[in-house]
Each structure stands twice: as C-alpha cells, then as structure tokens.
Design a protein around this ligand. Structure first.
Ligand code: AMP
Length: 215
C-alpha cells in the first residue's frame, strides 16, 4: 500500500530520529516543517526571518505560512510514491488543510503514528539533545553520544544545541503541544488511521513496533 505517513508526538518524543529511520527503510521523502524552517533561517530568507521570531519563543509559525509551505512540498514529484510528515500537522486547522491537499494530489494520509512518551522523559531528552549543524543528525549528551565529542559521526559537522531546546522555550512548546497538537490524536483516531507506539522504549524496539504497523 502507498505509504503516506504522519508522525505525531510531543517535542522530544523521537519524531526526527524515527522519521530518519523510517524514510531510509521505506525510501520515502522526509518532510519536516521544523527542518524546513531551520534551513530557511540558515539561508536568511524572508521565510526564515519570519519563522525565527516564533521558533525562538517556542511558538507555532502562523498556519497560512506553514500550510502553503507543505502544499508546495507535497506537490513535488518525489512525493508521488508516498511521504512522511514530521512535525506537520500541529493543529486542527493544519490537519483539515492537509486533508484538502491530500484530495487535490490524490494521496490521502493512510498512517498516523503517535509516539507516546511521558513528560519527565521528554524534558530530559530535549535539554540533553544535540544536533549536527551541517546534516541535522540527532545526538544526546547521555544516551546517544557521538564517537568524538562534539563531532557528527555521519558528516564530521559540529554538534550544537538547538536555540529552542532550553527550559523556557520547551515549556511553551509543551503547552503548544497539549493545547494545539494533542487534539489531533482524537481527530485521527476517529478516522481509524491512528496507531500508538510507546516511545519510551529503546530506539530498536520503537522501530520494530513501527515496522509492524507499516507492514
Ligand atoms: P520541530 O523541529 O518540529 O520541533 O519544530 C521547531 C519549531 O518550528 C516549532 O517550535 C515551531 O516554531 C516551528 N514549526 C515546525 N512545524 C510547525 C508547524 N507544523 N506549524 C507551525 N510551526 C511549526
């Protein structure tokens, strides 16, 4: 079956890490709105400048901006045989817009995977998270250390802490998640396409559970 997948989960649930594994295993484009905004920010585009003011505070970028970005991305040729969305939709308005886009491009979403992780674990994961400046690969100061301190195993890039991975922005991001994104669990459950995995397990086990869902 065509794989059109949404990964849901709070900040720190492991969406990015699992998305990388899934997309490489199933040969799907990995569409992360957070990565797209960070790239725009690095390239200092108008979009980047606009997104920065929201991202630094942990707030969601306005829907019109995010929805048109995703619409444009999903219309590209590489999404014809499926795709994985990581970090989108983040609220009901985005979910409804995605449903319309799915109809237009004739590729509705057929799997929503919610990665469920208790809040204490989320905080520890986020504040200890490091990412490669160059390729975006994720690391953790305790649980996923690089071979050489501060250097990416994959591309040799420098590791850094995301600007929004601090306690203050995290509090806002978790609030945004509870108020705006969590209702999507019910929305997709009613549509009968929601699957939940326990994201507090280790990475291999989580991937095994995801593989069992995707078949
Ligand atoms: P992420 O990498 O998914 O944690 O996203 C980082 C930041 O990018 C978020 O805190 C938001 O400011 C912004 N962002 C990413 N995805 C979305 C989205 N779907 N809607 C609005 N803002 C988003």
């Amino acid at each position: 079956m065509l794989k059109t997948i949404i990964l849901l989960g709070a900040p720190g649930a492991g969406k990015g890490t699992n998305a990388k594994k899934i997309t490489s295993e199933y040969h799907l484009p990995h569409i992360s709105t957070g990565d797209m905004f960070r790239e725009a920010l690095r390239d200092e585009t108008e979009l980047g400048k606009l997104a920065k003011s929201y991202m630094d505070k942990g707030l969601l970028v306005p829907d019109e901006v995010t929805i048109s970005l995703v619409k444009e991305r999903l219309s590209k040729d590489d999404c014809k045989d499926g795709f994985l969305l990581d970090g989108f939709p983040r609220n009901l308005k985005q979910a409804e817009a995605l449903e319309e886009i799915g109809k237009e491009i004739n590729r509705p979403i057929n799997y929503v995977i919610d990665i469920n992780v208790p809040e204490e674990i989320l905080k520890d994961r986020i504040t200890g998270r490091r990412v490669c400046k160059k390729c975006g690969a994720p690391y953790h100061i305790k649980t996923l250390k690089p071979k050489v301190d501060g250097v990416c195993d994959i591309c040799g890039g420098e590791l850094m802490q995301r600007k929004d991975d601090n306690e203050e922005a995290l509090k806002v991001r978790l609030d945004e998640y509870h108020h705006q994104t969590e209702p999507l669990i019910n929305y997709y459950s009613k549509k009968g396409i929601l699957h939940t995995v326990d994201g507090s397990k280790d990475l291999k086990e989580v991937m095994a559970d995801i593989n069992a869902i995707l078949g």
